[in-house]
Design a protein around this ligand. Structure first.
Ligand code: SAM
Length: 282
């Protein structure tokens, strides 16, 4: 039986052609075929480094049929590299589906790591990098988009989004409507000649891009929700009902008095003793 080939996920530059690793160049030279999201873009890269390779396209609209073809090649023992039009394949592009398919077919999958626009933007944003979420592109469908943004409202981790220039202003407005004003970093044309990083608030970003049409590629890095503010808002919800009513809510749910007092104390951010004493005084 033939030994199957390896699927190499090869990261390529997100703008500056010098951001390619020696190992990426070696693999691109040595594989039997390169599956590229945008063959013209990849050809530019290959020509720049004088690499002669056999190219095939693999993108969102041919990913099913081409995915099967690529798997067939791998099963026949061919080594295949997959590259996206920029950055790391598998991040907001169909590379993700090919990895899944290869794993299902018992094919070895490995990556030649390199640039990712999301991480490049995050690192220079100045916002917390210890915990973050990557959301990619927000859905286009109105309801799904609204639900996604609603879900991000209370997200305390730094949030990373991708956006196309012609949709940037809509996204900034949609975020502002649901989330309110927050710090945002807009990283544009990273690693390219006109790299620009704007650190401002959502409302400032809206006025900036209302006056000036956005051009280029964008990563948005949005500050996470303030945990203290969320806790305060959660506690304020209980300001309008008395302690007795609050305890009764839990007792109606079947908790005994001790457990209900404990839950009330947690909700209000006070000690159990406090709740108990206040109830006794009434
Ligand atoms: N796989 C890529 C990666 O690793 O980042 C991302 C592919 S995704 C289809 C393309 C999006 O990435 C663009 O719309 C933009 O939001 C972001 N992007 C790519 N290159 C960028 C750059 N040089 N500067 C800012 N954003 C970039």
């Amino acid at each position: 039986m033939n030994k199957t080939g390896t699927l190499f996920l090869v990261a390529t530059p997100i703008g500056n052609l010098e951001d390619i690793t020696l190992r990426a160049l070696k693999v691109l030279k040595e594989v039997d075929i390169i599956a590229a999201e945008d063959t013209r873009q990849t050809l530019k890269l290959l020509n720049h480094f004088d690499i002669k390779a056999s190219l095939t396209s693999y993108y969102e609209h041919n990913k099913v049929e081409k995915g099967n073809y690529i798997i067939q090649l791998l099963l026949e023992g061919k080594n295949v590299a997959v590259v996206s039009d920029a950055g790391s394949p598998g991040i907001s592009d169909p590379g993700e589906d090919l990895v899944k398919l290869a794993i299902e077919n018992g094919i070895d999958v490995t990556m030649i790591p390199g640039p990712v626009a999301a991480i490049t933007g995050l690192v220079i944003s100045g916002l917390p990098t210890g915990r973050f979420v990557f959301e990619g592109f927000l859905p286009m469908n109105k309801r799904q988009r609204r639900e996604r943004i609603e879900a991000l409202k209370d997200e305390v981790r730094t949030i990373i989004l991708y956006e196309a220039p012609h949709k940037l202003i809509y996204t900034l407005n949609d975020l502002y409507k649901v989330i309110g004003d927050r710090r945002i970093v807009i990283a544009r044309e990273l690693t390219k000649k006109f790299e620009q990083v704007v650190r401002c608030t959502l409302s400032e970003a809206i006025s900036l891009y209302t006056n000036e049409a956005p051009k280029g590629e964008f990563v948005l890095i949005l500050e996470g929700a303030d945990k203290e503010e969320l806790i305060d808002a959660e506690r304020k919800k209980w300001d309008n009902i008395s302690l007795e009513e609050h305890v009764a809510i839990y007792m109606d749910q079947g908790y005994d008095k001790k457990e209900s007092i404990k839950r009330v104390a947690e909700d209000r951010g006070v000690s159990k003793r406090d709740v108990y004493n206040k109830l006794m005084l009434k």
